[in-house]
Design a protein. Sequence first.
Length: 196
Amino acid sequence: MADEAEKTEKKSGGKGIIILLSVIVLLLIAGLAVMAFLLLNQDKAANSEGDTAEIHGSAEHGDGHADQGHAKEYSPKYKQFDPPAAEAPPGYFVMDKFVVNFNGDGQAKFLAVDLQFMSYYPQVVGPEGAMEHLRPILKNDIQRLLRNQHYNDLIQPEGPDKLRAEILEVTRKVLDKHNIYPDLVEDVYMTRFVMQ
């Protein structure tokens, strides 16, 4: 009987140690997870503060600063361009004519669009500007966007304006990917918009 009591005591003592070790391991894992979460959030907060706090380059468009004109301030992570003169007129980057098949919903088969991108930075939209070097990428991405359009969406009064906004967004993503501050391209204009 004494042997049985000892065995029972050893079994319960062994289970207690296993439970205690399991609790300690779980607490360590939870502590590491919390620490990793805090460190990652601290890095993100520092990065977002750094992006908004760092102001480099050139100035604000339409901010009422007559001395700065159309210059923009932006992070040094982007390629830096000389600011335009305060009285500088905008420049335009003209894309080749786009004619694509699109979802005409039985009403049309082709969508034809001519585009001009506006910026006050000639280093971006000029003949040897940054956008000229990105022309094949821009053409590919804009054609893909145009092919995915639907006649019923474009025929709406706000349809062409929505398309302009989407084209500008696609263009700015390409610029951002190639370290060019996206907001240097201020707008895009459709000088031709035909569905037939």
